[in-house]
Write a protein that binds this ligand. Structure first.
Ligand code: PLP
Length: 373
């Protein structure tokens, strides 16, 4: 099979294209924050341009930013970390490519939850690696438990997301610890995508670094920090050897992450502003859950991120058909569950709450109006 033929489309991007060509659509398909970055970020961006800081940076990233991220781990989680383990990447997407390239040879196997963020598998396919999908459902809150892994053979890497896209569910301390010890005992590398950290509403999120010296943690500036177009992420690698391998790959693949974004990101850790971001999304989650909880089956409570994962099968329609009808007949764009895997996902849609409360109320009204017609 041609490598390119293994790559599946990211359906939400097609929906977004169609929805953008229409007027008066309520956008609940978009997976990026609508709020501005912390104000200091914008100032620092202008300053970087004025001071001509738009040249390549070292491939591993600006040392000041690596230090700032290491400090963030201490301030936010109480974890001490050497900045030399922090690698700056072009979004978390860049980090997935580099981490997978370090860990997976052709034919090696990575385990991914189904449903999960659709792009992970495609990074594996680009590297000619194989994927084992682990069927997760509302019983485990869409999280992988060690029991899920018993039947699987020859897994080199397991990749989880907490809180998750598309379900918003969060691994608690005990769940994370038991998965990490399972991996550590068997020499499996755990990759923990923590990009939605910060957007956790009633609980406290834990980083895999609190429990493991071997895990790879990936995070970035696109969600909580509201900087998706800055294309900036980071990863924490366990060993100096891996950092050197990452450096060699980055030198060749993208040279360095965008310089002006890195200077701007030095001002991103403005916790007062970020608390306002979290509170805004919490209010929106509560509102949408309240508005739609009775008409849609939201079978796992969304602890974080900015999504609701809803089973629509009681309306005797699949999620893909419903998404098309909602867009064309009710002018609300949502994402069909099919985007996130094959495990029962045809029954689901994903709704994002990345719009203001008035818009979300209008969206909920249109959805209810359509379903109750
Ligand atoms: C779980 C998850 N990881 C990673 C990404 C990619 O983000 P970026 O490359 O902007 O860091 C997304 C984007 O929606 C996501 O939902």
């Amino acid at each position: 099979m041609r490598r390119a033929d293994r790559i599946s489309p990211f359906i939400v991007m097609d929906i977004l294209k169609e929805a953008k060509s229409m007027e008066d659509v309520v956008h609940m398909e978009i997976g990026e924050p609508d709020l501005d970055p912390p104000p200091g970020v914008i100032e620092a961006l202008y300053r970087a341009i004025r001071e001509r800081k738009y040249f390549y940076t070292p491939s591993l990233g600006l040392w000041e930013l690596r230090e700032r991220i290491a400090e963030h781990y201490y301030d936010y989680y109480g974890v001490e970390l050497s900045p030399s383990r922090v690698v700056i990447t072009t979004g978390t997407s860049g980090a997935f490519l580099v981490a997978y390239a370090i860990l997976l040879n052709a034919g090696d196997r990575i385990a991914l939850p189904d449903p999960s963020y659709p792009c992970y598998k495609n990074f594996a396919y680009l590297l000619d690696a194989d994927v084992s999908f682990i069927k997760v459902d509302s019983i485990s809150g869409y999280k992988i438990r060690p029991e899920h892994l018993e039947e699987l053979k020859d897994i080199k890497v397991i990749h989880i997301t907490s809180p998750s896209n598309p379900t918003g569910t969060l691994y608690d301390q005990q769940e994370l610890e038991s998965l990490i010890s399972y991996c550590d005992e068997r020499g499996i590398t755990l990759i923990s995508d923590e990009i939605y950290h910060g957007l956790v509403y009633d609980k406290r999120e834990r980083t895999a670094l609190e429990y493991s010296q071997r895990a790879i943690v990936i995070n970035g500036f696109s969600k909580f920090f509201c900087m998706p177009g800055f294309r900036l992420g980071w990863m924490i690698l366990p060993t100096e050897d891996m950092v050197r391998e990452a450096e060699l790959i980055i030198q060749n693949v993208y040279i360095s992450a965008p310089a002006i974004s890195q200077y701007a990101a030095l001002e991103a850790f403005d916790y007062e502003y970020l608390n306002h971001v979290r509170e805004t999304y919490k209010r929106r989650r509560d509102l949408l859950y309240q508005e739609l909880g009775d008409v849609l089956d939201i079978d796992a409570y969304p602890d974080g991120a900015f999504y609701l994962w809803a089973d629509v099968s009681r309306y005797e329609v699949d999620g893909y058909t419903l998404s098309s009808k909602l867009l064309r007949e009710a002018k609300v764009a949502v994402t069909p569950g099919l985007d996130f895997g094959k495990n029962n996902t045809e029954k689901y849609i994903r709704l994002s709450y990345t719009r203001d409360e008035g818009t979300l109320k209008e969206g909920a009204k249109r959805i209810k109006g359509y379903l109750m017609r």
